[in-house]
Design a protein around this ligand. Sequence first.
Ligand SMILES: Nc1nc2c(ncn2[C@@H]2O[C@H](COP(=O)(O)OP(=O)(O)OP(=O)(O)O)[C@@H](O)[C@H]2O)c(=O)[nH]1
Ligand SMILES: [Mg+2]
Length: 254
Amino acid sequence: MLPPVKKDRVITQLPQCFSPNAALHTKDGFHPQVKAMCQFQRTATVSFNIAKVIVVGDVAVGKTCLISRFCRGAFDKNYKATIGVDFEMEHFEVLGVPFSLQLWDTAGQERFKCIASTYYRGAQAIIVVFDLSSVNSLAHARQWLEDAMKENDPSSVLLFLVGTKKDLSSPDQLSQIEQEAIRLSEEIKAEYWAVSAKSGDGVREFFFRVASLTFEANVLSELERSGSRHVGDIIRITDNTDGHRRRKRTPQCC
Ligand SMILES: Nc1nc2c(ncn2[C@@H]2O[C@H](COP(=O)(O)OP(=O)(O)OP(=O)(O)O)[C@@H](O)[C@H]2O)c(=O)[nH]1
Ligand SMILES: [Mg+2]
């Protein structure tokens, strides 16, 4: 039996993106076909009720703190390196349907990279984390993405580029690094977010967006797999008309 969903994990509307210049899509609501499917309650028993999410990035950029802030509402100012990989499960209800995110928190330390990379396979979303106060960590984001993408199908993975430790930067510093981050997000077709695990700023909104977009993508690909020609048409139309950022088979970075 599925665990009960906490009241504050119920999603009834598509949460907004952080920046329209670097969003996976900028529509106001869930895809009409997804809403219709959920209304008919045909979703409860099929495979899209869970999504694997891997979190990668340089050592000490704040991956573990980001996850802990969301899952436990806690922040630890002392650094404890992740050894290999950690795992958290978060349960949501999206449009009345139970949905879970499996969050794989990987180690940034070089010596654990080999172990951590064995968990990359089969991700529906990849979160590449960098530290907003470290230009180097942003420069390394592309390499993290390339490594994670080797184990996944680029056409079916949603990408998020997340700058952490927002609390440490002045507005000027922030806007400088954000320009770079938004440029990179556009290039790699990722959605950009800036957050602080210390203050909690943006963390809940970010994970709600991840849950909503992975849910939407899972439902659409399930519909496509199950042979709904109508949905296939809608997906192709939205590709061209409403700003959906669907990834091509060969991403520019990999
Ligand atoms: N000021 C501030 N410090 C943060 C924030 N997030 C993380 N930190 C600090 O940054 C350090 C590293 O955080 P972690 O979350 O352990 O980093 P990590 O990316 O998981 O590191 P690895 O597991 O080694 O890859 C810790 O001392 C945290 O307290 C934040 O939003 N603001
Ligand atoms: Mg960690």
